[in-house]
Design a binder for this molecule. Sequence first.
Ligand SMILES: Cc1ncc(C[n+]2csc(CCOP(=O)(O)OP(=O)(O)O)c2C)c(N)n1
Ligand SMILES: CC(=O)[C@@H](O)[C@H](O)COP(=O)(O)O
Ligand SMILES: [Mg+2]
Length: 637
Amino acid sequence: MNSTPDTPLLDKVRIPADLRALDESELPQLASELRAELIDAVSHTGGHLGAGLGVVELTVALHYVFNTPEDRLIWDVGHQAYPHKILTGRRDRIRTLRQEGGLSGFTRRVESKYDPFGAAHSSTSISAGLGMAMGRDLSGGRNNVIAVIGDGAMSAGMAYEAMNNAGALNARLIVILNDNDMSIAPPTGAMSAYLARLASGKAYLGLRDFGKKLTSYLGKRADSAITRAVEHARGYVTGGTLFEEMGFFHIGPIDGHNLEHLIPVLKNVRDNGDGPILIHVVTQKGKGYAPAEAAADKYHGVNKFDVITGAQAKAPANAPSYTKVFAESLIQEAREDDRIVAITAAMPSGTGLDLFGQVFPARTFDVGIAEQHAVTFAAGLATEGYKPFAAIYSTFLQRAYDQVVHDVAIQKLPVRFPIDRAGFVGADGATHCGAFDTTFLATLPGFVVMAAADEAELRHMVRTAASYDDGPIAFRYPRGNGVGVDMPQRGSVLEIGKGRVLKEGTKVALLSFGTRLQDCLLAAEELGAAGLSTTVADARFAKPLDEDLIRRLARSHEVLVTVEEGAVGGFASHVLHFLAHEGLLENGLKVRPLVLPDEFTDHAKPEKMYADAGLDTTGIVRTVFAALGHDVQAQRA
Ligand SMILES: Cc1ncc(C[n+]2csc(CCOP(=O)(O)OP(=O)(O)O)c2C)c(N)n1
Ligand SMILES: CC(=O)[C@@H](O)[C@H](O)COP(=O)(O)O
Ligand SMILES: [Mg+2]
């Protein structure tokens, strides 16, 4: 049984100004109440918990020391910002997190003046902060700019591009590296090993040298409290760290859960110094909640859960998740072909490649949060005759578009792109919606672009991709579970550019690309009951199109509706382009392309999102009736 925590001190804090009125000695108590409130809220909503738990003290210290929102506080990714939301006027809505109409699970400018920059994709905070710092300097401002970035996010190229620029500009910018030695999975890469070395005290200077450096940056006010904080944590970082070579003053590591250490350091940095500074703070992901601390993923993302036991709610599923089907199918293919290798950009569990990695550790590469590199790395593997599967969520593939075009497509390299989380993703909202992949891939010459209509189709597409060597090939599938169709033992190789017809009719044709197929079949039944004989086809390919199929549907039906879970400019655009060139739009054919709405759709339950987008059974039927000029209400009565 969960009961709302007792939070007498937190109840007095609505906004950071209230927090700043507290005595410093009260802050540990406030942090403890904030942590209890966070746990309780997320137990009701689900969401990102581990990262927020790890920054409770840091959040309190930052708002205590800095004058937010005039001082700009930027949270990288934003998944750790729930404690920040509670302290910045949003506590009354914290139990609406990630629900329709409720608070976003990330920072958002439209949500609060305390969120100076929206996020959800990682590693943008230093760039945004540097822009704010230069804007401030150009307009003669005096405010601080603080970017908080995790050790996982620090693996991405953008972070280095920003530091490189910040060092050269010598801008006054505060970067807090929140090092919890975790990404979603344990972090990978040389940078992670380097940070671990720094945090373990192996690279430290003597106290005297450190004192000298500190005084040169912070001036006389680099008092003993700051030295003690660093000394207490692990020691003192040497000159010549990577960050210092990039022009940052580097301080740390310090214990990010100890307010007595955090506050003097932050005050000193606030009041002194010039140029960019990086404060290395060591924290524990999941801190203060035993089930999170004990979990392998530190409760990075959780369903609703029981606070006492930590047990998470799990809806019963009638079918395996698409992710699991992908992983198992790829394992199956990889047993047959030792040239198959798999790549993830810090999403092993999300993409299912953790399973692949258990079977084929040497053929699995977690490259860190580095989608651009992941794609070009895959291209390199392809040049050596390997069959790389670069498994990247639709939304994160956006970051690697030039690599897809320049390194893969132009060179016609057979990189395989399994694209998970294609279409609506529900609670993560607009930043994570996989809306654009069909549009941005199908426009590239020579790219093969497929969408799986169900989990069996996904299995076929994995096999098809494994056997296709003529150039790049992508297949998209959504977040969540399959539809419960019978599964083939092994996938078949699909004929490239050929769709299939599931139901023959004469008046209306529904041409689906992807998992909306099930709703098309239901819609066809409704239309049939209303006397409208309906064909249902699964296009399978947005590129190359099944031109024979489309020609036939266009010639022998009065209405042609295309249905896809993607933005305008995708499958339907290619169909319309083809129809126009074939002169098939000139004989009275009524074509209706159903795509995602031309807007960024906020978080909600996926079923509601489909309904609002007109992409559910009702929406499809309504579209057909409207095309035929029928009165929808009368038809359905
Ligand atoms: C460009 C991009 N790729 C992948 C992700 C998925 N993702 C969200 S949080 C996260 C791990 C971040 O690790 P870190 O920055 O150390 O933060 P922590 O969760 O440890 O606090 C990943 C990989 C993302 N948000 N953005
Ligand atoms: C913050 C982030 O980007 C990830 O944690 C993401 O929320 C994971 O999404 P899935 O739950 O769909 O894997
Ligand atoms: Mg981390």
